[in-house]
Design a protein around this ligand. Structure first.
Ligand SMILES: [Zn+2]
Length: 102
């Protein structure tokens, strides 16, 4: 059975006591399963760029993308831009609504 380091997710040999990658101690029970999220940070850069463009062109789609970014738990940057995108999308919606009325 392949084991994985519980600290960094690196594959380790069966009898290893310490991870060769990060040096973490490999306790019984802690190894043997792959951690849910090895330390891979998502950037969401493309989502953020698409969100701004959508917010300006298609307010409703921008709003959806903004909310998507706002609810990501693994990126503070995505949350911050998600908030801006939601605000821009709402302004664009109000603006087009006001233009429709007057
Ligand atoms: Zn490790």
């Amino acid at each position: 059975m392949t084991k994985y380091c519980p600290a960094c997710g690196e594959e380790v040999v069966d009898h290893a006591r310490f991870c060769k990658n990060c040096g973490a101690g490999l306790e019984e029970g802690a190894v043997g399963r792959k951690p849910q999220m090895p330390e891979v940070k998502k950037s969401y850069t493309l989502h953020i760029i698409a969100g701004y463009i959508l917010a300006l062109l298609f307010a409703l789609l921008g709003l959806i993308m903004g909310i998507y970014l706002l609810t990501r738990r693994d990126s503070k940057k995505a949350n911050r831009h998600g908030l801006y995108i939601v605000i821009i999308a709402l302004i664009m919606m109000l603006w087009s609504f006001a233009r429709f009325i007057f």
